[in-house]
Write a protein that binds this ligand. Structure first.
Ligand code: MGD
Ligand code: MGD
Ligand code: SF4
Ligand code: MO
Length: 678
């Protein structure tokens, strides 16, 4: 029997691991490892190994659906596309193009995201965003301001040459497992590992210095470290003088963040703050890895800026083993942002509020009337749906009804729309609220490029056909666009990439022909350019080539524990599930390992609440209540409880208060109370 090995990229997280799908008789029969892949070197985590389980799952959508009474009717593509054109078209006619909004998908390819944002803007709506809003929006705002670029500064394998790895607010051992292999390699070469997290995690076990801080106190911790580094003269004076601005202001503002004061705010012993600061500053090459533990806060942008301050004052940028590394979440969240599926940027991070951007794309897309942004963010779209300012939404590969905060509000906002179309592969909580559902093809059933967290653009090949009448998101978006009168004739992903080469300068040299196995790391401005794995090695793309040190005072989280709500709920992830769970909860080998929603409670707190391990408890916040099984542990501090958000219910509890600039919700801090269900 002939077996074909089709190269592909894992559809789950931003590590971008490569593997082969073995295809026999047009069926995906197994995975073969890819030992020479630059990031994964043949490794895959539990989710990567289970990726094929979603392909021929019996619950996959196999035809378009329309709402019929309480249920659904299967309909033809012609009818579905007519309904979508009418739904969106009517809203535009009655209320103008600003009354429709688009959620693009970080699960989809670069080419698909480029077309979704182009569709939105050609229709005249500035409102297009993606799940980066719930994830790394503070990195986009904060790092653009401090370093002039929001990407991870150094490649993943580079971590192995780091002599000090500072991990803050990231549980990469569970959430980017293959990246943690590179940290083990650094440790083998003698690197010191520092981890800052309110919980003991699989990642903190790797740490030589573990800073178990109170949720939401990271700015204080980082200012405290900067205080020690400046006071002990451990800064890189030459680097500060030649490459930065703003040092004196920082020096003054961190003056009173003594280790003792910071210990009081954070709960981290003063001696550990000093040890961490010295280790980071003294090592010849230190890197900082961070993710949701510092971004998903009302102080998310401040946290990101405080992180880059630390790197700047120590000169730990632009060289191997150094860098500021925002670990991107979804398999293609980096690409969705690069392609301009963001409220404040057109493709290539051209500012949506700049008339030069509008001129550029009017000429590139041969059109008029492109909207000047910024548009509404993903979180603002939901609010606007609730108030009736947004009338129609097109949601591709996202599940806001489960993944946005305050689920009750999200449900009623989406219910309030005149028209909702959802394009997914499974019936999600969001799809349940739709008027029309369009069946997408999942990654292995289509081809296209995906950009991982280190900016590596990789081509994923089509291995098998989609089930039933499902189509690639690229084909569907083109059908919808044409039915709305737009000239969207793209025969394949390569033809879209060719247009991206012309309109996104960072991708100008990243052609289909060049995207063989190892991919290319952007910026790659010409077809003979090798790509740029390390950013900022010769200065910054900011005024005078200098980075900005931005001093940020500590502000507490929006919610703090109170008499009525004495616990702090923090939410996040576990290794075997992914986000709102539509794929991993349907994956037999994964759901069997973590079948139910649970809440981690400190054993001493549980004793006071008379809660035993495995008891059912009710968790309540001002937004609502949810039930979960209690898991007793000393991995969370007293007063802190943790819930994963992979099952419906967790986001009933979370707050929708956002960071004032990046508009990310504070998923990591909500005051709650807990009671045993009798
Ligand atoms: N297994 C798995 N992997 C995934 C995903 C998944 O759902 N499951 N999702 C992907 C996506 S979209 C993303 S964005 C990434 C996210 O990857 P991570 O950022 O690693 O994920 P989280 O578990 O949300 O949060 C990370 C850590 O932040 C800690 N934390 C909470 N509050 C604070 C705080 O105030 N300060 C600090 N310093 N730390 C805090 C939590 O205890 C947690 O250990 O993972 C990606 N990979
Ligand atoms: N409480 C709490 N909430 C959180 C977070 C948290 O830490 N705590 N983290 C936030 C973060 S970082 C993120 S990124 C968001 C994630 O939020 P979402 O992006 O809403 O989460 P996913 O479950 O990954 O949704 C992706 C959807 O795409 C579908 N899909 C997969 N492949 C394809 C495809 O090829 N085409 C189409 N059309 N659909 C496809 C999947 O079935 C799934 O329904 O959640 C956020 N919500
Ligand atoms: S680390 Fe991420 S990309 Fe790699 S196999 Fe696991 S989920 Fe997939
Ligand atoms: Mo994310």
């Amino acid at each position: 029997m002939t077996k074909v090995l089709v190269p592909t990229v894992c559809p789950y997280c931003g590590a971008g691991c490569g593997f082969f799908i073995s295809v026999e008789k047009e069926r995906a029969t197994g995975i073969e490892y890819m030992p020479d892949h630059p990031v994964s070197e043949g490794a895959l985590c539990s989710k990567g190994n289970a990726a094929l389980e979603v392909l021929c799952h019996q619950e996959r959508f196999t035809s378009p659906l329309k709402r019929k009474g309480e249920g659904w009717a299967r309909i033809s593509w012609e009818e579905a596309i007519d309904l979508v054109a009418k739904g969106l078209g009517d809203a535009i006619k009655k209320n103008g193009p600003g009354s429709i909004a688009f959620l693009a998908s970080s699960k989809c390819s670069n080419e698909e995201n480029y077309l979704i944002e182009k569709l939105a803007r050609l229709l005249g709506s500035p409102h297009v965003d993606n799940c980066a809003r719930l994830c790394h929006a503070p990195s986009v705002v904060g790092l653009n301001r401090t370093l002039g670029a929001a990407g991870m500064t150094n490649p993943i394998p580079d971590i192995a040459s780091s002599k000090c790895v500072f991990i803050i607010g990231s549980n990469l051992a569970e959430n980017h497992p293959v990246i943690s292999r590179w940290i083990h390699r650094a440790k083998d070469e003698g690197a010191v590992v520092i981890a800052a997290d309110p919980r003991v995690t699989h990642t903190s076990w790797m740490a030589d210095v573990f800073l178990q801080l109170k949720p939401g106190t990271d700015v204080a911790l980082l200012n405290g470290m900067a205080h020690v580094i400046i006071k002990e003269g451990l800064v890189d004076r030459d680097y500060i003088a030649q490459r930065t601005r703003g040092f004196e202001e920082l020096k003054e503002s961190v003056g009173d963040y003594t280790p003792e004061k910071v210990a009081e705010i954070t709960g981290v012993p003063a001696g550990d703050i000093v040890r961490a600061a010295r280790a980071y500053a003294i090592s010849p090459a230190s890197s900082i890895l961070y993710s949701m533990g510092i971004t998903q806060h009302t102080t998310g942008t401040d946290n990101v800026q405080a992180v880059s301050d630390l790197a700047l004052i120590c000169g730990h940028l632009g060289k191997p083993g150094t860098g500021v590394m925002p670990l991107r979440g979804q398999n293609n969240v980096q690409g969705a942002c690069d392609m301009g599926a963001l409220a404040e940027f057109y493709p290539g991070y051209k500012k949506a509020d700049d008339s030069e951007t509008i001129r550029y794309f009017s000429s590139a897309w041969r059109t008029e009337g492109l909207p000047l942004g910024p548009g509404l963010t993903a979180t603002q779209m939901i609010d606007a749906a609730g108030t009736g300012d947004i009338k129609g939404m097109y949601v591709v590969g996202e599940d806001p009804a489960n993944s946005d905060p305050c689920s009750h509000n999200v449900h009623s906002a989406l219910d309030n729309l005149d028209f909702l179309v959802v394009q997914d592969i499974f019936m999600t909580a969001t799809a349940q609220l739709a008027d029309v559902v369009l069946p997408g093809a999942v990654w292995a059933e289509k081809e296209g490029s995906y950009t991982n967290t280190e900016r590596r653009v990789q081509w994923s090949c089509r291995a098998i056909d989609p089930p039933g009448a499902a189509l690639s998101d690229l084909e569907i978006v083109c059908k919808v666009a044409r039915s709305l009168g737009l000239d969207f004739y793209y025969p394949d992903a390569a033809s879209v990439l060719a247009e991206i080469n012309r309109t996104v300068p960072q991708y100008a040299g990243i052609t289909r022909e060049r995207l063989e196995r190892d991919g290319l790391v952007w910026p790659c401005p010409t077809v003979d350019h090798p790509g740029t794995p390390i950013l900022h090695s010769s200065g910054f793309k900011l005024a005078e080539g200098r980075a900005c040190i931005v001093h940020v005072p500590y502000r507490p989280a929006a919610e703090v524990a109170s008499w009525d709500y004495p616990f702090i709920l923090t939410t996040g992830r576990v290794a075997v599930h992914h986000n709102a769970g539509s794929m991993t909860r349907r994956s037999p080998s994964l759901i069997s390992r973590e079948p139910d929603l649970y809440v981690e409670i400190n054993t001493a707190d549980a004793a006071r609440l008379k809660v035993a391990d495995g008891d059912e408890v009710t968790i309540t916040t001002p937004r609502g209540e949810t039930e979960a099984y209690a898991r007793l542990t000393d991995k969370v501090k007293r007063g802190v409880v943790f819930m994963p958000f992979h099952f419906p219910g967790t986001n009933i509890l979370t707050t929708d208060i956002t960071d004032p600039e990046a508009r990310i919700p504070e998923f990591k801090v909500a005051a709650c109370k807990i009671s045993r269900r009798d």
